[in-house]
Design a protein around this ligand. Structure first.
Ligand code: S3P
Length: 175
């Protein structure tokens, strides 16, 4: 039995780059009338640098530190849809110690589709800006799956539109 069934106060979308966290998150927030919190945007707002520039100027560790602080703040919000970057979940304690009332959802995507979608976006993902992004994506996803799968609910995004993914999450919330 799901102890939080009637009282989800926030939705946390985890998953790999290109899984649709931002697109689906916006749709969900809109449908629920909730706030949408995109971690990468908040990080850019706080540091005054894009994610790409922050990686370049201060390195991944500095990025992860700000990301961790933003995550703690966002997880205190109610009536909010949270979209962390793909690496946020892959740290001990994050997925295991989510506050009550959080519906964690894994938006699943294959490495092939992730790379295809990332190539279409204007945003540059430093971790995929390598000579062979598919090998990198396969490798990273293999390391991260164990974290993503700790989410309460998973939705395969490969054969679904963002609207259909959002519908699946909403159905899960009202079950
Ligand atoms: C990252 C994912 C990116 C961004 C940064 C690092 C990752 O966000 O936070 O480039 O480690 O997977 P998206 O998952 O929104 O692309």
């Amino acid at each position: 039995m799901d102890e939080d069934r009637d009282e989800f106060r926030r939705v946390l979308l985890v998953g790999f780059m290109g899984s649709g966290k931002t697109t689906v998150g916006r749709i969900l927030a809109d449908r629920l009338g909730w706030e949408f919190l995109d971690f990468d945007r908040l990080i850019a707002g706080r540091t005054g640098m894009s994610v790409e520039a922050l990686f370049e100027a201060e390195g991944e560790d500095a990025f992860r530190e700000v990301e961790g602080r933003i995550g703690e703040e966002c997880l205190e919000r109610d009536q909010a849809v949270l979209a962390p970057g793909g690496g946020w979940a892959a740290r001990h304690g994050r997925m295991e110690e989510l506050p009550a009332g959080t519906l964690s959802v894994w938006l699943d995507v294959t490495p092939e589709e992730a790379v295809r979608r990332a190539g279409r976006d204007r945003e540059i993902r430093p971790l995929l800006a390598v000579p062979d992004p598919l090998i990198r994506a396969r490798d990273l996803l293999a390391q991260r799956r164990e974290w993503y799968r700790k989410a309460r609910f998973a939705v395969d995004t490969v054969e679904r539109t963002p609207d259909e993914v959002a519908d699946a999450v909403l159905r899960r919330m009202s079950r």
